[in-house]
Design a protein around this ligand. Structure first.
Ligand code: NAD
Length: 352
């Protein structure tokens, strides 16, 4: 019986991860610790709310005592940290909360895991693992060729990616200094059901479904590398169970696409399958995001070769599934979109 502590488990990827775990393993317990910020979608977890293997704790990862209480209430085998402020545009306007949650919060988690697992040279507890969920954005931006490997230098260019890179460095320091069994995963842009409609794909779907203009940053030729959220969830569980302590693993699906091309694909699909009044005329170019990274592309060879994981979901099928989910869950999507829209009238979007 393994117990997972999933922090940020009410967010987009965290909630998909918890559902993935409970579907895939019988002999586990999952504790979800989440502050429930604007980005949380606890409704998405309704189907598993009463599963005896699942427990929810509303708390802030910066709250040391709350984190300590959970870590000491039972033996935790795997701590997976998804909790973060995750939206680049918000980090440009208001970086403080990014520094707080994404750096100070991670420091609390690392310190409390070290304490709970009694990590020192003599009493190293085998089998436990701390996984910091990170992003390819810590590597910065690429030219037209090449891919980020785990050896690429860190070159974050937004307050969001700088805060994530800082957390990665802290996590690594806890491995080197205290031998806390840490892994770091750096994944490309995720898409799938349950994502807050401020990120590119759900924003464009929700705007198109409500016949509003589709704002595209700059020339729209920024290239992002996309992965279906279920593939990411599988990879994280794989690293927890098979990864070597101290190692960093890039996660990606070799699926690059320019933002404009992706938005056109979504519009054309909605036009054909859902509502023929939706058209490319809705697309409107707006001034580019400050310091906008031009291209991300992740090389996933290490996790493929060493751990035997690979992305298996076909991009087009995953996009179709994603759109179908948003169309059939207006209460998750459109209501949240309209709330989000109140806050950020006129802004465009990217994958993060
Ligand atoms: P999200 O914004 O959808 O969810 C974040 C969750 O964290 C929310 O449920 C929120 O309530 C919670 N949270 C925020 N601050 C908290 C705090 N102080 N204490 C406790 N909980 C808090 O994010 P997401 O897209 O699911 O991303 C999850 C993780 O994956 C993040 O660390 C992000 O950096 C990383 N990541 C995301 C992507 C992507 O494409 N979305 C890609 C690579 C890596």
């Amino acid at each position: 019986m393994k117990t997972y502590l999933v922090t940020g488990g009410a967010g987009f990827i965290g909630s998909n991860f918890i559902i993935h775990l409970l579907r895939r393993h019988d002999d586990i317990r999952v504790i979800n610790l989440d502050k429930l910020t604007y980005a949380a979608n606890p409704r998405y977890l309704k189907p598993i709310e009463h599963d005896a293997r699942y427990r929810f704790v509303q708390a802030d990862i910066c709250d040391r005592m709350a984190v300590r209480e959970v870590l000491q209430s039972e033996r935790i085998d795997y701590l997976v940290n998804f909790a973060a402020e995750s939206h680049v545009d918000r980090s440009i306007v208001q970086p403080d909360v990014f520094i707080q949650t994404n750096i100070e919060g991670v420091n609390v988690l690392l310190e409390e895991a070290k304490r709970a697992w009694q990590i020192d040279e003599d009493t190293y507890q085998k089998g436990c693992r701390f996984l910091q969920v990170s992003t390819d954005e810590v590597y910065g931006t690429l030219g037209p060729t090449g891919r980020f490997t785990e050896h690429s230098p860190l070159n974050p260019r937004s307050p969001y990616s700088a805060s994530k890179a800082s957390a990665d460095l802290l996590a690594r320091a806890y491995f080197e200094t205290y031998r806390l069994p840490v892994n770091i995963t750096r994944c490309s842009n995720n898409f799938g059901p349950g994502q807050y409609p401020e990120k590119l794909i759900p924003l464009m779907i929700c705007k198109a479904l409500t016949h509003q203009g589709l704002p595209v940053y700059g020339d729209g030729l920024q290239v992002r590398d996309w992965i279906y959220v279920e593939d990411h969830c599988r990879a994280v569980d794989h690293v927890l169970r098979m990864g070597k302590p101290g190692e960093i693993y890039n996660i990606g699906a070799r699926s690059e696409c320019a933002n404009l091309q992706l938005v056109q694909w979504i519009v054309d699909y909605l036009h054909e399958q859902v509502d023929d009044t939706i058209s490319r005329n809705l697309i409107a170019h707006v001034p580019d995001r400050k310091g906008h990274d031009r291209r991300y592309a992740v090389d996933p060879q290490k996790i493929e070769r060493e751990l035997g994981w690979s992305a298996t979901t076909n991009f087009t099928e995953a996009m179709e599934k994603t759109i179908a989910w948003y169309v059939s869950h207006p209460e998750h999507c459109l209501k949240r979109y309209l709330d989000a829209q109140e806050e950020r009238r006129g802004s465009a979007a990217d994958g993060s």
